[in-house]
Design a protein around this ligand. Structure first.
Ligand SMILES: [Zn+2]
Length: 334
């Protein structure tokens, strides 16, 4: 068996596989990059070549233009390929459309870089798949026991209840453009909301893309001055637009925000959020620790977020762990 630790090393550009000479989610331009998902801190433009799922490649092209990399190659989920001396396989991560974990294997030793992931059901992307491994690289965005996300369907129920309670107020929900906005819309549809949902301009292209991939978002329209939503409508906007001039044009706006950070009341208060919705595309503490156990990994590397608490938890549970302190990751999706 190969030594799993030798499969990936830390360089200033990011995690590097010496045998395959590629990087995973590098933060600087590199000759060869494997990308887990389309969020801008993981998927940057300017690499020589990019290997990623079809959806991640499409999302990068939408955001950066068609020439975001010298060349691109599609990775199909579950399909193994050899790069240099290692075998590489992409597996679904359940984070946003196209998101994947990347498994690297050699002589029976396997390391999995999970990127960002969640375990909660999401109608807009393929569910997370547990990949048994020797070393599991996990995010820790919500890596503290205080972070315990309620079921998203419950939070959507609260939104729809508020809309019934205040039928004359325009509910403006802040949600990030890739993943969160579409999930919010899909969950509202599942909960029986059939009215037109209005979108800030910054969300339209990605919503169109999700629809082109067969995800049903129901009737959507842009929210513009010419196409003003009626009083009581549901409007989805990037978080920065919720409390600025853009939102003041609507009838009696009610500011809402869908984020895992809404678990912290003070954050909601600071942002002037009247209706905080705890909806996250990241794992909460219980799902992080459960996932680590399920992979059977004997060693865990912890990236971006609250690394120390999760490292400590691993050690208390007899799992070797270390923080990676990777610079440059700050998930736009939360
Ligand atoms: Zn992400």
């Amino acid at each position: 068996m190969a030594e799993p630790r030798s499969l990936l090393r830390l360089r200033p550009e990011g995690l590097w596989c010496p045998e395959g000479d590629f990087y995973i989610d590098p933060i600087r331009p590199v000759p060869r990059a494997l990308i887990t998902h389309g969020h801008s801190d993981h998927a940057r433009s300017g690499h020589g070549s990019v290997l990623a799922t079809r959806e991640t490649l499409d999302i990068m092209a939408i955001r950066y233009g068609g020439s975001f990399a010298g060349s691109t190659e599609e990775a199909r989920l579950g399909e193994a390929r050899t790069i240099g001396g290692v075998t590489v396989t992409f597996h679904p991560a359940g984070h946003v459309l196209g998101s994947a974990q990347i498994a690297i294997e050699k002589h029976g030793a396997r390391i999995v870089a999970s990127g960002d992931y969640k375990r909660e059901r999401d109608p807009t992307c393929a569910p997370f798949e547990v990949v048994p491994c020797d070393i599991f690289i996990t995010e820790a965005t919500f890596g503290l026991p205080v972070f315990c996300h309620p079921p998203a369907a419950e939070e959507i129920r609260r939104l729809l209840d508020s809309m019934r309670q205040f039928p004359e107020r325009t509910h403006i929900v802040g949600a990030y453009a890739l993943g969160k906005a579409q999930r919010l819309i899909a969950l509202a549809r599942e909960a029986g909301y059939t009215e037109t949902i209005y979108l800030h301009g910054a969300l339209i292209r990605l919503c169109d893309y999700y629809r082109s991939r067969g995800i049903d978002l129901g009737p959507l329209e842009p929210a513009t001055s010419e196409n003003a939503p009626p009083a009581g409508a549901l409007v989805i906007a990037p978080p920065s637009a919720v409390d600025d001039r853009w939102s003041r044009r609507f009838a009696d706006p009610l500011a809402s925000f869908a984020s895992g950070w809404m678990r912290i009341r003070q954050r909601a208060k600071q942002r002037g959020v009247e209706l905080p919705l705890i909806i996250s595309d990241h794992s909460d503490w219980n799902d992080l620790t459960a996932t680590i156990r399920e992979t059977g990994a004997e060693e865990v590397w912890v990236t971006h977020g609250r690394e120390e608490a999760l490292v400590r938890w691993c050690e208390l549970n007899g799992i070797r762990a270390r923080p990676l302190h990777l610079a440059g990751y700050e998930d736009e999706a939360e």
